[in-house]
Design a protein around this ligand. Structure first.
Ligand SMILES: [Zn+2]
Ligand SMILES: [Zn+2]
Length: 336
C-alpha cells in the first residue's frame, strides 16, 4: 500500500510502498478515506517535541482519521464509515475507566506512537471507533480539531464573554460552537486572510497590532475595552500567553489549548484577588467524541477542510508551516 513515512526530523515525508498493516487482537483494518494534518504533526516533523515525546521512526503519522471498515470488526459492518478516537489507553487506570484515556500514563496515540492515517490502510482498536456518515474530507477534522474545540468550550454559557486567541482549525471550530451557543465571542489573530474568513462566517475579529508594539492581550483589551469571562488560547506561545490573565474578569478562566511552548508568568495576587482559574485542554474524552459528532450533524459548525492528495502531503505540510491554510488540511490517501 502507499504511505507517507516519517523517517527523519526536518526532512520531507517519504512516499513509499509499505506492507499492508498487521491486524492485532481487537483491532479493525480501515481503508483510510481522509486524515487531517495537525500542527502536532508539524511539531513532530520539525523535532520540536523530541524532548517531551518519545517516538520511534520510521512511523506513519496521521491521527485524525476517517475510514471505511475493511476487516476484523465485530460491532461494525464491512464498508461502514467510522471516525477514530486516537488516544489509546491502558483500559485499567482511573482516566481510562472514566473515558478520558488521553490522560492515561500509558497512552498510545495512533499516528504518533504507532502507524496512523497517512496511508491507504491502518489497523486500529475497534472500541475507539465511532460511526459517522457523510463526506470523509469534512468529517476527518472532527477526530482531533473538532473534539478538542468541543472540549475547549465546554461549560461556557449563553451570554458569557469569550476571547478566542488564534485562527487555526481548532480555534475556528471553537468560535463557531461558542457563537451557536449564544456566547459573546471575539477572535484575535494576526493572519489577515484567516481573520477575514472568520468574519465571513460571522465571528467578530481583531488583528494584533504588531506595529504599535502591543501583544495579543493588549490588542484585545484596547479593542474591546472590557474583560472576558474566558480567554481561550489556541496558540500557547510566549506572545499569546503574555498578560492573558489580565484580560480576565473576576472568577474568569484561562484555557490553554495550543502547544507553542510559551510560559505563563502571572502575579499570584492577581489570581487570588480576582479568583482566577487556569485550565489545560488536552484533546477530549470518549464522551466528547459523541458530543462533537452530534453538534456537527446538527450543523453547529463547519470543519473548513482543505483537501490534498497523499502525493501532495509535503506541500500541505509546507502550506501549514507557512500559515497558508485557512481551516484544516486533510489528506486523502485512497483515490476512491
Ligand atoms: Zn493533533
Ligand atoms: Zn489508562
Amino acid at each position: 500500500m502507499k504511505a507517507a513515512v516519517f523517517r527523519e526530523e526536518g526532512k520531507p515525508l517519504s512516499l513509499e510502498e509499505v506492507p499492508y498493516p498487521e491486524r492485532r487482537e481487537g483491532e479493525v483494518i480501515l481503508k483510510v478515506k481522509a486524515a487531517g494534518l495537525c500542527h502536532g504533526d508539524v511539531h513532530l516533523l520539525l523535532g520540536e517535541w523530541s524532548g517531551d515525546l518519545q517516538i520511534s521512526t520510521p512511523v506513519i503519522l496521521g491521527h485524525e482519521i476517517v475510514g471505511d471498515v475493511v476487516e476484523g470488526a465485530k460491532k461494525f459492518k464491512k464498508g461502514e464509515r467510522v471516525l477514530l478516537y486516537s488516544s489509546i489507553g491502558c483500559g485499567k487506570c482511573r482516566y481510562c475507566l472514566s473515558g478520558r484515556p488521553q490522560f492515561c500514563d500509558k497512552v498510545n496515540v495512533i499516528g504518533v506512537h504507532r502507524n496512523g492515517g497517512f496511508a491507504e490502510y491502518v489497523s486500529v482498536p475497534e472500541e475507539y471507533l465511532f460511526k459517522v456518515d457523510g463526506d470523509p474530507v469534512h468529517l476527518a477534522p472532527l477526530a482531533d480539531a473538532g473534539i478538542t474545540a468541543y472540549n475547549a468550550v465546554k461549560g461556557i454559557q449563553e451570554g458569557d464573554s469569550v476571547a478566542v486567541i488564534g485562527t487555526g482549525a481548532v480555534a475556528m471550530i471553537a468560535a463557531q460552537l461558542l457563537k451557536s451557543n449564544g456566547a459573546e465571542v471575539i477572535m484575535g489573530g494576526r493572519n489577515p486572510s484567516k481573520l477575514a474568513k472568520a468574519e465571513e462566517i460571522g465571528i467578530p475579529t481583531v488583528m494584533m497590532k504588531r506595529k504599535e508594539n502591543m501583544n495579543m492581550s493588549q490588542t484585545l483589551f484596547s479593542y474591546s475595552q472590557k474583560k472576558f469571562d474566558y480567554v481561550l488560547d489556541f496558540v500557547g506561545s510566549q506572545s499569546t500567553l503574555q498578560d492573558s490573565m489580565w484580560l480576565l474578569s473576576r472568577e474568569g478562566e484561562l484555557r490553554v489549548i495550543g502547544e507553542f511552548g510559551g510560559h505563563l508568568d502571572v502575579p499570584e495576587q492577581l489570581i487570588v484577588l480576582r479568583g482566577l482559574r487556569v485550565k489545560g485542554i488536552l484533546y477530549g474524552s470518549l464522551h466528547d467524541m459523541e458530543g462533537v459528532i452530534k453538534s456537527y450533524q446538527e450543523g453547529k459548525f463547519k470543519t473548513m477542510a482543505v483537501p490534498y492528495k497523499l502525493e501532495e502531503i509535503n506541500d500541505a505540510i509546507n502550506d501549514l508551516i507557512e500559515d497558508k491554510i485557512i481551516g484544516r488540511a486533510v489528506i486523502m490517501p485512497s483515490s476512491q
